[in-house]
Design a protein around this ligand. Sequence first.
Ligand SMILES: CC(C)(COP(=O)(O)OP(=O)(O)OC[C@H]1O[C@@H](n2cnc3c(N)ncnc32)[C@H](O)[C@@H]1OP(=O)(O)O)[C@@H](O)C(=O)NCCC(=O)NCCS
Length: 157
Amino acid sequence: MPIRRYTPADAAAAGEIFRHAIAVIGARDYTPEQIAAWAGPDGTAERLDARLGDGRLALVAVDGEDRVLAFGDLEADGHIDFLYAAPQAAGTGIVSTLYDALEAAARAQGIARLYSEASEAARRFFLKKGFVVLDRRDFAVRGVAIHNYAMEKHLRR
Ligand SMILES: CC(C)(COP(=O)(O)OP(=O)(O)OC[C@H]1O[C@@H](n2cnc3c(N)ncnc32)[C@H](O)[C@@H]1OP(=O)(O)O)[C@@H](O)C(=O)NCCC(=O)NCCS
């Protein structure tokens, strides 16, 4: 499964994946009100491009025709802000390959700790990658109560 760097031309596809991933995969664990609040206005191509294109490492997994199936990022301090898969690509191992590339880049940069605020699905994924849960975070997004998990993985002692 090819992994390559995100470019601004991927922004629209990333937006579609962001919205579909939340609506379809998120629905397994979150209510419709929580899904709507989570998706909010952040999934437009413009908003995603502003963040994914701000200098952080942003990678996409693509199919044989260079269609984006998943995307994720790594900020300079080890924070993973985004990890989203098209529903048809979730559970196939594509995200695992994408994540491994992010972790390899982090190690190459000498980053000692990866961390994220993980949804329920992401918590299950990150646990398989050796992350631990620090705590459950209960908060409100656009007035709707929701939760995720602070997770981390130390890459070297
Ligand atoms: C988080 C995510 C990128 C992980 O990738 P993945 O390929 O699904 O990873 P995994 O196969 O390890 O699955 C993790 C969990 O996702 C859920 N999931 C996976 N494929 C799914 C599918 N096709 N439909 C619904 N849920 C699915 C399951 O709850 C799964 O947990 P399980 O393996 O214990 O059943 C992906 O699930 C996703 O895009 N989720 C929605 C967006 C999201 O929560 N992003 C993280 C924001 S912090």
